[in-house]
Design a protein around this ligand. Structure first.
Ligand code: NI
Length: 385
């Protein structure tokens, strides 16, 4: 109908406004109150249902089609980063020290556009769409909060998107297998014995122990792991001592392990734990490792990738190869429960994600909305759900 297509055009125009508003008003993880309010206002304006969930920030919207069918989900994230913006944009962040440098404003405005347009045509929809506006992706906790509400219990399929600055506008990148890493954190505590710097024989120097550990942990990837697999161990912080003439009592270090394979992940944790306690013991010290498991690797099922590529090619959208990354994404927590894939959207620009001059080109907004709408329609008609 002509009115519908006029309305659709108006809704698509709003996507850019939403993007600019969100970009100007970034909020950090778990503090996305205004962002959540803004999303609610936009959805309520179009009479889109918002699920009543115990979420402080973020929300899940629901669009039920007129025809019976399965439930599928779309996920975007809404939080920003503690970075001072240097993009030079006319709609740069109004909040000092906080910036949408990971394109979550792009994701949110795209999903708002998708929600509004799908709602307009809901009598043609076969099934139900839940759109997750997830808080706190940058600290990897938001996905768990959403999952704990059970809002996605009935969901058969989930798609996620992310901006990709290295890829031109108008191109998507869809890759199968593990495309982003499991992100784990560890802390190492060394208990030595403090002494005068001039009498080392009376103590156990934790700094020497830590130095040996720093060197040795690099052999885990180079000597214990299959060289064809991508793995990484980094110690990123060392603390010990507070002056020049005292050998301290204790030392502390922390760091991160990145893996794409679940077996590698377990093996590195075991090797790291053994190396820390073994090396410390060989010096007469006590070494303890505490492991904090983060999200598992983002793993895209090959058949879902094929499906998403087919929808892209039907719309004449180019599809690039995905560069695997050892950065993480808590989208993987949904994938542990629901079949799903994570699609990268070319947003151009010269600067990488998390850079103070990062820009997601707004020209990519409307084409992405249109692609996601086709992806939703095709998914609901398919055997995937
Ligand atoms: Ni991000």
């Amino acid at each position: 109908m002509i009115e519908d297509s006029l309305k659709e055009n108006l809704l698509l125009k709003e996507v850019r406004n939403d993007f600019q508003w969100l970009h100007q008003n970034p909020e950090l993880a778990y503090q996305e109150y205004k962002t959540t309010e803004y999303i609610k206002e936009q959805l309520k304006k179009e009479n889109i249902e918002i699920l009543d969930l115990p979420l402080e920030t973020g929300l899940v919207a629901k669009i039920k089609g007129n025809q019976e069918g399965s439930v599928m989900a779309l996920r975007c994230d809404i939080d920003a980063l503690p970075i001072e913006e240097e993009s030079g944009l006319s709609y740069a962040s109004k909040k000092p020290g906080v910036m949408h440098a990971c394109g979550h404003d792009f994701h949110t405005s795209v999903m708002l556009g998708v929600a509004k347009v799908l709602n307009l045509y809901k009598n043609q929809l076969k099934g139900t769409i839940k759109i997750v506006f997830q808080p706190a992706e940058e600290v990897s906790g938001g996905a768990t909060k959403v999952i704990e509400t059970n809002a996605l219990e009935d969901t058969k399929l989930i798609w996620g998107i992310h901006t990709a600055p290295g890829i031109p506008v108008g191109t998507l990148a869809i890759g199968e297998g593990a495309v982003m890493a499991a992100v784990d954190r560890f802390e190492i505590r060394i208990q030595g014995k403090g002494t005068h710097a001039a009498y080392p024989e009376k103590g156990i120097d934790p700094i020497v122990v830590m130095s040996a550990i720093v060197q040795s942990v690099q052999t885990i990837v180079s000597r214990n792991m299959n060289p064809f697999n991508s793995n990484l161990v980094s110690i990123t912080r060392i603390e010990g001592g507070n002056t020049w003439n005292v050998i301290p009592e204790k030392g502390f270090m922390e760091g991160t392990v990145r893996t794409l394979d679940a077996e590698d992940r377990k093996q590195i944790q075991t090797r790291l734990t053994d190396l820390v306690s073994g090396i410390a013991k060989s010096y007469g010290a006590i070494g303890e490792l505490t492991w904090y498991a983060g999200p598992p690797a983002v793993y895209n099922d090959a058949s879902l990738c094929e499906f998403a590529r087919k929808v892209a090619s039907d719309l004449d959208i180019a599809v690039a190869k995905v560069e695997k990354s050892l950065a993480g994404e808590d989208f993987s927590y949904y994938q542990e429960r629901i079949p799903g894939a994570y699609i990268k959207i070319g947003t151009g620009g010269e600067h990488p994600l998390h850079h103070p001059a990062f820009i997601a080109d707004p020209e990519a907004l409307v084409p992405t909305v249109k692609y996601i709408i086709e992806l939703v329609k095709a998914s609901l008609e398919s055997k995937l759900v």
